[in-house]
Design a protein around this ligand. Structure first.
Ligand code: GDP
Length: 445
C-alpha cells in the first residue's frame, strides 16, 4: 500500500453514494488542497461530525479543514446560485473558506435547468437514459462540447459575457421551443443582471487552477482530488447512456484540473460492501426482494434530495474489476459493511452467465448486459455484539466513544473473510473499512 504520496485521487468505484464524503474528509486532514474536478451540484457528500450533519453538493468536503484551500477545477460545471448558497451556509456555521475557482470552468444558467427538466419529459428519452437530477448538468456539458458554453472567465468581462449570452440564449430558446415544446418565459435581461452580480462576488476567487496546483506541487504541497459519482456512471467507461455527463474516473482528475498524470501518486476507490444505484439500466446482482428491502432500510438507501428508494444488490466484482482497471486503483476503502451485520448469508457476484458463457468483464453492449445473470459466491454472515448493552445490534456498531472502535483484527472473522476475498479477487488491498456513519467509525487496515 502506498504510504508516501503527495497527490491522492479518491473516486467512487460503483454507482455513486459509496460514502466518499467520509473518506475524503479523513484524507483532507493530511492535505493542503482539496480539489473537485468533475460534475456539478448533482453530487452530494454527507459528513457527520460532532453529531452534526453537513451536506455539500458543489464545494469539496475539505472545507471542514481550515488548513485546506478548496478548489473547483475546470472540469466542474458551476451553478453560481448554489455556490453562494453553500458559502453562506458554511459562514453561518463559522467555517471560513479559502476558495479557488477555475477561470475555465463552465457555468450553469437557469435555461440549462429548464432544459434538463424538459429533456426528462421527452417520452422517447424516458426509458433510454439515466434519470437526471434536474440541475442543468447535462445541458451545460452539452454546450461545453458544442463550444457555445460560457466559462467563469467570461463573467468578468461584461462585453464578452453579453455577446456569448446573446448567442447561447438564442440557441437554448430555439431548442427549448422546437424540440422540447417549452412555452415558459425566459428573461435574458434578468439573467444578465443576476450573473453580473455573481461576477462581482466571484471575482476574488477566480484563478488558473492548473497553474496554482502545479506550482503548489513543486513546493511540496499535498493535494487531494475528490471524485463525485462513481466509475459506473463515467461518461465513457460506465454503463452508457445510464451515466452522468462527465468523467468520474481518474483521468477526469487530470483533464478537470490541468495536473498531468505523472503527478498522480495514489488512487483510492470507495466501494460499499453491497451496491446501490439510482435510475435505470441493467444491474445483474439486484435484489428486488426482502433482502434488498432489508439492506435499503438499514443502509438508509434513499435519494438524498428526491427521497426515491435506491436499487440494491449484492457486491458485484465484475463491475469492481472495471473500476480497478480504468482507475488503476492502488487501494480500496470499503464502506457501510455494518449494514450487512446480522445477515445469515452474504453474497458476492463474481462473474456473469450469459447463455452458456461465463464472463468476468463488463460488456459494452447493453443488450448483452441485460441478459447477464449473476454467478454468486456465498459467505456465512457475521453477528455483532453491542458492547454498550450486550444485545445484538440490528444494524451498526454502537459507537459512543473512540475506544469502542475495534481494530481490523477485532472485526468478526467472517467479515474479515469477506473483505479478504474481495482483495484477492480484485487484487487491490483494502486500506480502510468503514463501520458506521460517524467520523470515528473508520478502521485503517
Ligand atoms: P457519496 O455520495 O459517496 O459522497 O456518499 P456520502 O458521503 O454522502 O455517504 C452516503 C451516506 O452513507 C451518508 O449518509 C453517510 O453518512 C453514510 N455512511 C458513510 N459510511 C458509512 C458506514 O460505514 N456505515 C453507515 N451505516 N453509513 C455510512
Amino acid at each position: 500500500m502506498k504510504k508516501n504520496w503527495q497527490t491522492v485521487v479518491i473516486v467512487g468505484a460503483q454507482w455513486g453514494d459509496e460514502g466518499k464524503g467520509k473518506v475524503t474528509d479523513f484524507y483532507a486532514k493530511q492535505t493542503d488542497y482539496v480539489v473537485r474536478f468533475q460534475g456539478g451540484n448533482n453530487a452530494g457528500h454527507t459528513i457527520v461530525y460532532d453529531g452534526k450533519v453537513l451536506k455539500l453538493h458543489l464545494l469539496p468536503s475539505g472545507v471542514l479543514h481550515s488548513r485546506n484551500k478548496v478548489v473547483i477545477g475546470n472540469g466542474v460545471v458551476i451553478d453560481p446560485k448554489v455556490l453562494f448558497k453553500e458559502i453562506s451556509k458554511l459562514k453561518k456555521m463559522g467555517i471560513k473558506i479559502n476558495l479557488l475557482v477555475s477561470d475555465r470552468a463552465h457555468l450553469i444558467f437557469p435555461f440549462h435547468v429548464t432544459m434538463d427538466a424538459a429533456g426528462e419529459n421527452l417520452s422517447a428519452k424516458k426509458n433510454l437514459a439515466a434519470l437526471s437530477t434536474n440541475r442543468g448538468i447535462w445541458p451545460t456539458y452539452s454546450d461545453k462540447t458544442g463550444r457555445v458554453g460560457i466559462r467563469v472567465i467570461d463573467l468578468v468581462n461584461p462585453q464578452i459575457f453579453k455577446k456569448k449570452l446573446d448567442l447561447l440564449f438564442e440557441i437554448q430558446k430555439k431548442k427549448l421551443s422546437a424540440i422540447y415544446n417549452h412555452r415558459g418565459k425566459l428573461d435574458k435581461q434578468k439573467i444578465y443582471r443576476q450573473y453580473q452580480l455573481y461576477a462581482k462576488k466571484l471575482k476574488k476567487h477566480i484563478g488558473d487552477v492548473s497553474l496554482e496546483l502545479n506550482q503548489a506541487l513543486a513546493k511540496g504541497k499535498k493535494v487531494m482530488f475528490e471524485g463525485a459519482q462513481g466509475a459506473m456512471l463515467d461518461l465513457d467507461h460506465g454503463v452508457y447512456p445510464y451515466t452522468t455527463s462527465s468523467n468520474t474516473t481518474v483521468g477526469g482528475a487530470c483533464t478537470g484540473t490541468g495536473v498531468p498524470p505523472q503527478k498522480i501518486d495514489k488512487v483510492i476507490g470507495v466501494a460499499k460492501a453491497y451496491l446501490s444505484r439510482v435510475g435505470g439500466g441493467p444491474l445483474p446482482s439486484e435484489q428486488k426482494n426482502s433482502i434488498g428491502d432489508k439492506i435499503r432500510e438499514i443502509g438508509g438507501e434513499y435519494g438524498t434530495t428526491t427521497g426515491r428508494p435506491r436499487r440494491i444488490g449484492w457486491l458485484d466484482l465484475v463491475q469492481l474489476r472495471l473500476a480497478k482497471r480504468v482507475n488503476g486503483l492502488d487501494s480500496l476503502a470499503i464502506t457501510k459493511i455494518d449494514v450487512l451485520n446480522n445477515f445469515e448469508e452474504v453474497k458476492v457476484c463474481v462473474a456473469y452467465r450469459v447463455g452458456q458463457k461465463v464472463i468476468k468483464e463488463m460488456p459494452a453492449d447493453l443488450s448483452i448486459y441485460e441478459k447477464c445473470r449473476p454467478v454468486y459466491r456465498s459467505f456465512p454472515g457475521w453477528k455483532i455484539q453491542d458492547t454498550t448493552n450486550k444485545k445484538q445490534t440490528s444494524s451498526k456498531f454502537q459507537i459512543t466513544n473512540k475506544s469502542q472502535i475495534p481494530n481490523y483484527k477485532q472485526l468478526p472473522q467472517n467479515m474479515r473473510k469477506y473483505l479478504e476475498f474481495i482483495e484477492k479477487e480484485i487484487r487491490v488491498p483494502i486500506e480502510m473499512v468503514s463501520i458506521g456513519a460517524e467520523r470515528e467509525a473508520t478502521i485503517i487496515k
